[in-house]
Each structure stands twice: as structure tokens, then as C-alpha cells.
Design a protein around this ligand. Structure first.
Ligand code: ZN
Ligand code: ZN
Length: 345
């Protein structure tokens, strides 16, 4: 490792893990993984990392000038010259089978060992610069929600609303971190509803799940337009989901496991009669990718640490009737958490 890499400490920590696992080398191919260790965003890269921290960035020759310009501290080589040797070689399980076959051919006698978990565990704890970027992406998301939802009118379709949000994300950031979800009325009962031509009558509830990307980093939030005169059932479900969200946020602190955190919201909703209706996990990490470690789900044992960023998104879905989810992005701090999402709920 050379000086200058803002991700140097993470690269060094990764190398230390390789040494502990007695690996001679690791090959990192995932775009976000490569960026998380070097700061270089390149869709054609193979980063070689040794247990002593040495790193060689292999890429298509067309990208070499860019890599050398943005990361002069990094040793960069033409990917056609990729060669490596080692008895035990780390790779990520997310790579394509065809890529793994090619790598195996380059070193037929090596044992290939999956190191995906090692990288994702390191990526789960954000650097100060990454925290600033996610915070900025969340602030942009809040601003877009405010501007877009103010323009929502009766007669608009889900697609109209989703497109309005998407346009603002393109104009003011790097676009969407994922396809914006807009659900009118009972469409919200389906948690992965794709926005369609359903028209909003101005009185039904609307669920919007959106995330602006900025500076390469994602944000994620779900808000609901609650009608001024909701049905009793909707009002009751909304109140419970909001309370589950706030109870879980209050429980976020270093030392709690992500599974225990999930149980806070799940236990509360279950006690109030909505055990089955909360059918997904409580949350996920957010960073270069919209879904990354840590995952807050049943039986997960990841212990939260300061610097982790994750969503808290309990929901209740009653088929054919209604759906409510309230999602905030939180940063684990030394004493608890900071809620990065500021939109009212
Ligand atoms: Zn979301
Ligand atoms: Zn989410």
C-alpha cells in the first residue's frame, strides 16, 4: 500500500484478514468492492491484494490513464497482463462463474477461498468521507421528497409521481439508487409493487420508497402520504408502524446485534397483532450499494459498531387492503445513533 489512498486503512485491514486466513493473495472484481478499497470507480477492474497490503490494480488499457490520474499512488497494470500465483487465493463469491473459471485457468493448482464476507464486513463500517457522502445523499433525498410531493395532485398516476422524483434525482444528483417505488392505496400491500398507471384520487394513502444517489453513495427512505381522514384501520396500522420504527431507532447503539434490533420492531408489531404482516427484515446497510452489510434480520448476529449506516424500515402489509412502511437511514454513533433522514413522518 502507498500513501495517499483515502481507503488505505480499509485496504490494510483487508490485508490483515488475508494474512489471518493464511491467504497468499485475493482477487477483488466487484465494482463497489474495488472502489471501497481504492476509491477508484471502474467497471472493468481486478484488484490484487496481498497479505502484506500490496495492491495492484489491473484494468482495461482504455481506463489506465484515468486510474493513474485519480489514484497516482496505486500500481496500475493492463489487465491483459494479469498473472498471479499462490497456494490459497481469495475471491468474492459474487463474481460470475465464467470469471472464476478464467481465474482458475490462470492458476490451476490454487485453492480458491471466498472472501466476500471479509470485504463486506469492512465496508459496513464507513469512513468519515463515506459518512459525509451518505449524509449528503440523504439530505438531497429529503429535499427531493419535499419538492416532489408538494406537486403531487389528484389525477396523477404512480408512474407520473415516480418519474417526477426520478427526474429531480438525475438533475440534482447521480440519479436513483434504485427504482423509485410509488404505491397508491391498496397497491402498497405488495411490498415490491412496480409503479403503474394507477391514478391517485387525492384521498387514498400513497407510499413512496425512494433513494437519491450522490457522489457515488446511496440513500433510502420510505414515506407515506397519510390522508386527512384515513380509515380507522389505516390510522391504527400507521401509528403502530411508526412506533415500531421509533422504538427500533431508539434501540440502535453499538453492541446491540442486528438480529436483536430486528426483534425490537418485530416483537412490538407481533404483540399488536401484526406478526405475519411484517414479512421482510427490518433493515439493511447502505453505502456504495443500496443493499449491503449490515443486515438487520432475524437470527443475524452482526454486532453494530459506530460508523455503520443502516435502514430501519418496519412495515405492515394487509393483502388487498393496505400497506404501510416507514423507513429511515441511521448512522450508528458512539452512544446511539444519528437519524440521517430528516423528512417528517
Ligand atoms: Zn427503501
Ligand atoms: Zn431499504
Amino acid at each position: 500500500m502507498r500513501g495517499g489512498n483515502p481507503f488505505g486503512p480499509r485496504l490494510a485491514a483487508f490485508a490483515a484478514r488475508l494474512a489471518r486466513r493464511r491467504l497468499d493473495l485475493a482477487l477483488v472484481l466487484g465494482r463497489a468492492d474495488v472502489r471501497s478499497l481504492t476509491g477508484v470507480d471502474c467497471d472493468s477492474a481486478c484488484l490484487l491484494v496481498g497479505p502484506g497490503g500490496e495492491a495492484v490494480f489491473h484494468t482495461d488499457f482504455r481506463y489506465l490513464p484515468m486510474v493513474r490520474r485519480v489514484a497516482p499512488w496505486l500500481k496500475a497494470k493492463d489487465i491483459r497482463r494479469l498473472s498471479f500465483r499462490g497456494r490459497r487465493i481469495g475471491y468474492e463469491s459474487s463474481i460470475q462463474v465464467s470469471q472464476l473459471m478464467k481465474l482458475r485457468k490462470l492458476s490451476p493448482r490454487s485453492e480458491f477461498v471466498d472472501v466476500a464476507e471479509d470485504i463486506s464486513a469492512l465496508r459496513a463500517v464507513k469512513t468519515a468521507d463515506e459518512i459525509a457522502r451518505v449524509r449528503a445523499a440523504a439530505a438531497l433525498n429529503d429535499a427531493i421528497w419535499q419538492a416532489a410531493s408538494r406537486r403531487f395532485r389528484a389525477g396523477m398516476t404512480e408512474l407520473d409521481m415516480a418519474r417526477a422524483i426520478r427526474r429531480m434525482m438525475i438533475d440534482r444528483g447521480d440519479g436513483e439508487a434504485f427504482d423509485t417505488i410509488v404505491c397508491v392505496g391498496r397497491n402498497a400491500a405488495e411490498c415490491h409493487h412496480v409503479p403503474d398507471g394507477t391514478v391517485w384520487d387525492g384521498r387514498e394513502p400513497v407510499l413512496v420508497d425512494m433513494g437519491a444517489r450522490l457522489g457515488g453513495y446511496c440513500s433510502d427512505m420510505t414515506r407515506n402520504i397519510v390522508p386527512s381522514r384515513p380509515s380507522r384501520r389505516y390510522a391504527e396500522v400507521y401509528r403502530l408502524v411508526l412506533e415500531a420504527n421509533m422504538r427500533a431507532i431508539a434501540a440502535v447503539r453499538p453492541g446491540i446485534s442486528s438480529g436483536e434490533l430486528d426483534a425490537v420492531a418485530r416483537g412490538f408489531l407481533g404483540k399488536n397483532g401484526f406478526r405475519k404482516e411484517f414479512g421482510h427484515s427490518l433493515g439493511h446497510g447502505v453505502g456504495l450499494e443500496i443493499h449491503e452489510a449490515p443486515y438487520a434480520a432475524r437470527k443475524r448476529t452482526t454486532v453494530l459498531e459506530p460508523g455503520m449506516i443502516l435502514t430501519v424500515e418496519p412495515g405492515v402489509y394487509i393483502p388487498g387492503e393496505l400497506g404501510v412502511r416507514v423507513e429511515d437511514l441511521v448512522l450508528v454513533t458512539d452512544s446511539g445513533c444519528e437519524v440521517l433522514t430528516r423528512s417528517g413522518k
